[in-house]
Design a protein. Structure first.
Length: 238
């Protein structure tokens, strides 16, 4: 937009230039040219407003296990907003800007929000049904199981990874054995085991997921610190 015969002076509360695009896509606004600015005078509104809004995510069918829709990514994200302004902008009023540019995607629908809100009442229970030791052998739930030992980079290292004992309800204990004594100050290692969790919904449908349970062990001066890191069962979403 250039070569105007006069200033842009819209009514109160109206922006001088306002362009909004829905359904994604980029927005470009060019005003004036170098050495020939256009003039925009507004009252109670911004001088130039440009925006693009992506399309909302579709409503997926209810997940057969959870019984609620599982959120998906948006169909299209908001695009890129370009504003090249050779403009003299004068605003009157509070909370108004010379140029406003936004790119966004609308949120989830009420159907998805309501389903997730009710998820706490989905009636799903979880039980640990399997644990695997460092050699890949299945061990009975509730029995001691040897962990796999790795360093801070995830590389396998020699030595025992201590022993885990994981109950069917997910409670656990860990015995590092003699490994902690060999740690230098500031040094750490990780020991982990794989386990399988079975979920049962209120209709009796089952869904199994595998994950990793790990312990970080670190020496701080004369103290030995351990931190548990429960894994993520992707099939359950957590």
């Amino acid at each position: 937009m250039n070569s105007l015969s006069g200033a842009l002076q819209p009514g109160n509360g109206v922006s001088g230039i306002d362009f909004q695009k829905t359904g994604a896509g980029d927005v470009t606004i060019n005003t004036g040219v170098a050495g020939s600015n256009i003039v925009i005078n507004t009252i109670g509104a911004s001088g130039i407003v440009a925006g693009t809004v992506g399309s909302p995510p579709a409503n997926p069918p209810p997940d057969p296990f959870w019984g609620v829709p599982i959120p998906t990514s948006s169909s299209a994200q908001g695009g890129v907003v370009h504003v090249l302004s050779y403009s003299d902008i004068t605003n009157q009023g509070d909370n108004v800007a010379g140029i406003v540019a936004t790119s966004q995607t609308t949120g989830y629908s009420q159907t998805i929000i309501q389903g997730l809100t009710n998820l706490v009442n989905a009636g799903v229970t979880f039980t640990v049904i399997g644990v695997t030791n460092a050699s890949g052998t299945n061990v009975a739930v509730g029995a001691p199981v040897t962990g796999t030992l790795v360093d801070a980079t995830g590389t396998n290292i020699l030595g025992s990874g201590g022993t885990f004992t994981i109950s069917s309800t997910g409670t656990f204990s860990f015995d590092a054995g003699t490994n902690l004594g060999g740690l230098a100050v500031g040094e750490s290692y990780q020991s982990f085991v794989n386990y399988t969790v079975q979920g049962v919904n209120k209709s009796g449908m089952t869904n199994d997921g595998t994950s990793e349970f790990s312990i970080w062990c670190m020496r701080h001066r004369t103290l030995f610190l351990t931190t548990a890191e429960p894994g993520i069962c992707v099939c359950f979403g957590e």
